[in-house]
Design a protein around this ligand. Structure first.
Ligand code: NAD
Length: 236
């Protein structure tokens, strides 16, 4: 089964790595100059580190890389059964890429968005076949984080939902179905986590380091809110 990923940034590269590791033929496409080269470089480094740590052997590293077509031509997504879009978090730009993709693939191809919080129904709304559009929300770093939120829009067919769920589960991920609402489950919960921490700082109650320390040492979180905001990037 061929899988394509649109956008070779942080998330797209990680998702392509998962799909290739699971044996799929993968097309990783990006339209911006340098993005594809960066993605290939980054993935080579990540896989070399895995070889050094003896998590995989060098043959496996080569196999994974050979499965990925790092492409600057969107036509290369042709023949895919599932396409996962992971470009910039902007509704209009995402809608445009879905329109472009539909001109290339056949009507059975599922087209998913990795959006963190945009409306899947609004993306599906511009498509010829909205029933094949769905949200598939991975977390960063995608190859490591087990959870994937699956978000059917009102237009999404039950076949699209079932097939997507079965692919994601076969990749060893833990999937949860979430309603098509802003932030879905995790980011909805995460907003007050960041927001309250910023407010605590703003009111002069504690500094960044102390708030991070408290959440980790007392609250049992793996990362403090400011550490996490820095890691993800406030733009994202
Ligand atoms: P990123 O900036 O690292 O990568 C985005 C990539 O998309 C870039 O390489 C860019 O060149 C490419 N791109 C932009 N517009 C394009 C277009 N029109 N056609 C083709 N390629 C295009 O971003 P990211 O962090 O990987 O996020 C991608 C998506 O995943 C966003 O919707 C984001 O909300 C979501 N997401 C991000 C995270 C995270 O923690 N970074 C987690 C979950 C979901």
């Amino acid at each position: 089964m061929k899988i394509s990923v649109i956008g070779a940034g942080t998330m797209g590269t990680g998702i392509a790595q998962i799909a290739a590791t699971k044996g799929h033929e993968v097309c990783l496409y990006d339209s911006f100059s340098g993005a594809i080269e960066n993605a290939k470089d980054k993935l080579e480094k990540i896989l070399s580190r895995s070889v050094e740590k003896e998590r995989i052997c060098s043959e496996e590293k080569d196999e994974i890389l050979n499965k990925i077509n790092f492409s600057k031509k969107i036509e290369d997504v042709n023949g895919s059964s599932l396409i996962i879009e992971a470009i910039i978090e902007n509704l209009k730009i995402k809608q445009n890429i879905f329109i472009d993709i539909e001109d290339i693939v056949d009507e059975k191809c599922i087209i998913a968005s990795n959006t963190s919080s945009l409306s899947i129904a609004s993306i599906a709304g511009v498509c010829k076949y909205p029933d094949r559009v769905i949200g598939v929300h991975f977390f960063n770093p995608a190859p490591i984080m087990p959870l994937v939120e699956i978000i059917p829009a009102v237009q999404t067919s039950i076949e699209t939902l079932n097939t997507t769920k079965s692919i994601i589960n076969n990749w060893g991920k833990v999937s949860v179905i979430a309603k098509d609402t802003p932030g879905f489950i995790v980011n909805r919960v995460a907003r007050p986590f960041y927001g309250e921490s910023l407010r605590i700082y703003d009111e002069g109650i504690a500094d960044f380091a102390t708030i991070d320390w408290a959440l980790k040492e007392i609250g049992g979180f793996r990362m403090g809110p400011f550490e996490l905001m820095d890691y993800i990037g406030n733009d994202i």
